[in-house]
Design a protein around this ligand. Sequence first.
Ligand code: TRP
Length: 457
Amino acid sequence: MAEKNKREMFSTGFAVFFATLGSAVGLGNIWKFPYLIGTNGGGAFLLVYLLCVILVGIPIMACEFYIGRKSRKNAVGAFKKLDAAKGWKTIGFMGTATAFLIAFFYSCVAGWVYSYVFKAIKGDFVGVTSSTASTKFMSTLVGPLSPIVWQFIVLGIVSIILIAGVKNGIERITKTLMPVLFILIIICAVRSLTLPGASQGLNFLFHVDFSQLTGPVILAALGLAFFKLSLGMGTMITYGSYFTTDNNMIATSAKVAISDSLISILAGIAIFPAVFSFGLKPSEGPGLLFMTIPLVFSKIPFGSILLVAFFFLSAIAATTALISMVQVPVAYFTEEKGMGRTKAVLFTTSIMMVVGILATLSAHPTSALANIHIIGERGFFDSFDYLSSNILLPIGGLLIAVYVGYFTKKEDFKLELSNQGTLNNALVLDVIYVFIKFVSPFLLIIVFLNSIGIFKF
Ligand code: TRP
């Protein structure tokens, strides 16, 4: 984006909204959200997730936008520019490390999506049943060679887009294609709802059973809120740095959070009725999306073409989200370490390819490296996911909230977020400020203490 000396900016509020949504919407909505709802017991998890988005996600997104637009810098440089004490740069370093951890497994799942595009084109899913759907998924991820090749293809494409500087072109294409993905998810949801036994799926998704709520479940919902909204590692600081001066950043935060949650819930409505109708288990895990979607489209006229479109558009959404992630280390290496752009991109994606193999070879209990346990019972894939989403992103978010709430002048915050007093939003700002200072950080601390067993509720 900022290729020349002069930093570029998003041209309009509309562009700001779509670019930010482009980072937020990705595999998190269609893959991670449904599978975590499935493994964490349904409606109660959804409720806690939505509370986390409102009480923690929106305020922290506003903080990241504030830091980014005020400094007009990358995640590390921003804290230097804002005259923060040296230690706050740590947020930027942590973010860079987190970007790697997420990319290790994200590129693996994106590889499965790419391979599904080709399987769908070849007609592999014609006449699919629930048992063939799961064998197809198993053969996709157990490999061992093909999932690694697909992962490399994904990271290769990401590198080419970043080096060739065609990111803006890609974003323009995304902007037109994302509404199409949205429509496909709606078609899928409508069909899923009309399958026999659909109500059981809806009940699973929306019925709140409080007995399901344990410390680890609440932590998982919190981690998902950060992952979904690309928060806690500097992506939104970087995006904020490109925002126009007249953007109402509180409104943007709320709009992005609401649209993103809506897309996730629709994906849930597309998946869960089908899970029950076809006799699959909601707790299937990471394969849930890949098993149910081909089944739903097999029951729709022109379903095989729509299935290709669905996975193709999902591949694009995954790629743009991955680009926003890879850009955090690349911006750090180029802007702070003086590395050339091409070198920075190749360096970053090569590490992601090499270490990413560990994730790919441990994604399923039958995979080659599945028996190596890293954090508790978790293998590489789950450990990268757990450490980044459930630990590092919330800690990054906590530090961002503490920085803005306790180490920034309230006047500066209000001035920037009211566009130097031109927006009439004093009341909203007061409320958000209270959240940033007193609500979000304490909720984060309580959830942490609870999940490590220090504080029980
Ligand atoms: N939010 C994206 C998704 O749901 C993933 C993502 C992109 C991300 N950039 C990020 C997650 C930065 C955490 C931090 O798929």
